[in-house]
Design a binder for this molecule. Sequence first.
Ligand SMILES: Cc1cc2nc3c(=O)[nH]c(=O)nc-3n(C[C@H](O)[C@H](O)[C@H](O)COP(=O)(O)O)c2cc1C
Length: 172
Amino acid sequence: MISTRRSVRRYTDIDIEANDLARIVKAGLMAPSSMNSRPWHFIIVEGKDRLEQLSQCKAAGAAPIAGAKIAIVVTADATLSEMWIEDSSIAAAYMQLEAEELGLGSCWIQVRGRLTADNQLAEDYVQQMLGIPETVSVECILALGHKNEMPEPHNDEELLWERVHINEWKDK
Ligand SMILES: Cc1cc2nc3c(=O)[nH]c(=O)nc-3n(C[C@H](O)[C@H](O)[C@H](O)COP(=O)(O)O)c2cc1C
């Protein structure tokens, strides 16, 4: 449901049903990937303490993970595809759209290229915490849960139609 999706950062205490989680992960596994390399690994993280620890992966911007019911750490084996950033990003976006379809809230938490509060790479922190091999790179973490806030869908007026060019670049 592209037209209603927004980032949701507050979640209720209600559990995510196993079937719903399976559908979300399946959406990721069905995503397109360069040369069908399918380099992804998705690590599902649950439990308050673990989620709290995972939310410390960045100095700022990762707090929604602590209040999430489940986090999906989106990684890819960089040895399988030069395009692992694109492959993992598309899979993450598909999972966000499937979550929205199911009425669940999600937020993309960037990991790649970000730092912890003590200037460690956020990626190293997540790899160490979850035992992820060094060859497997971490793109982002999806925080997931039942919505406890309802951001308005984007409306037509705020869309950047001036960024759309037909046949050639035109300054507008
Ligand atoms: C590559 C990327 C990185 C993002 N990183 C974070 C993040 O670290 N923390 C966060 O709370 N939201 C993050 N977001 C969510 C954006 O802030 C959000 O998508 C944007 O403000 C637009 O709002 P919307 O998703 O409700 O349309 C990220 C989104 C993308 C696509």
